[in-house]
Design a binder for this molecule. Structure first.
Ligand SMILES: [Zn+2]
Length: 269
């Protein structure tokens, strides 16, 4: 995979994570020069190996919050990427809750080159990538989402959150929006349901929306069909993630289409 998005896991609830009926290994985003890993839950190392991802090549690990499903494998990933600290490298980006709960051991904190403890609405530059953290409303009050600006595409990741209009508006202009759509309908938890995903897509208008992070109820409701229904209704491409699913983000990039148009125009003149 040269440049792409790969889902190492798509589980969003303990009933799924506990049995690993779907993995919870997080998401890989690769560009020409960088490899990012978002939310390394249980299963990250297994699935990275299974899907041919070399964790030694990780540029940065992005952890959205402290919940186990998002953070469990941080230490294992740091050990793998730095060869237990023999080759200190890479960046860890995480909210304060992750660091305050000591989810990264002192040893592993030393293995990694840089730890950036952050909060919503911050900008972080890593090589030619800019990461903007976004606001959420979740049980871990420090939870952040991400917008990752690469030279060729812009990906948004909601992480776990309740829906609000303000939260949705942060993802306007994203080419690809990854939505943690945990439940098909009503929940008392601060999580997104299908109706929220619909509102998010209507507001943000991405080129492609990806539903992931499923509960057992969501899996029983068959997200592949729910995504298809949303696509028909909203006239936006919507898919549901599967473990091991890869896609080429460049084909959904508004920027690139614009660039291609310009080149075409030049050729004509
Ligand atoms: Zn959570």
């Amino acid at each position: 995979m040269e440049s792409g998005i790969l889902f190492l896991g798509t589980s969003g609830e303990i009933s799924v994570t506990g049995k690993q009926t779907r993995s919870s290994g997080g998401i890989i985003i690769k560009t020409q020069d960088c490899q990012f890993l978002i939310d390394p839950g249980p299963g990250t190392l297994n699935k990275a190996a299974e899907y041919g991802i070399n964790l030694r090549e990780t540029t940065a690990v992005l952890v959205s919050h402290s919940h186990m499903n998002h953070s469990n494998d941080i230490n294992a990933v740091i050990a793998a990427m730095t060869h237990n600290g023999l080759d200190p490298k890479g960046v860890l980006i995480a909210p304060s809750s992750v660091m305050e709960q000591n989810l990264v051991t002192p040893f592993h904190q030393k293995c990694i080159e840089r730890i950036i403890t952050t909060s919503p609405e911050k900008k972080i530059g890593i090589e030619d990538i800019e990461i903007q953290t976004t606001k959420t409303d979740h049980d871990d009050e420090n939870t952040i989402g991400f917008k990752i600006y690469t030279p060729k595409f812009l990906v948004g990741y909601t992480s776990d959150t309740k829906y609000t209009k303000e939260i949705a508006e942060q993802y306007k202009k994203t080419d690809i929006l990854i939505i943690n759509c945990v439940y098909p309908d009503k929940t008392k938890e601060k999580q997104l349901i299908l109706e929220d995903a619909k509102k998010l897509i209507k507001t943000a208008k991405p080129k492609l929306a990806i539903l992931t992070h499923f509960s057992s109820k969501m899996i029983a409701a068959e997200p592949i069909y729910l995504a298809r229904e949303l696509q028909k209704e909203l006239k936006t491409q919507v898919i549901s993630a599967e473990d091991g699913m890869t896609l080429d983000p460049v084909s959904y990039s508004a920027n690139l289409k614009q660039k291609t148009l310009n080149i075409y125009r030049k050729d004509k003149n």
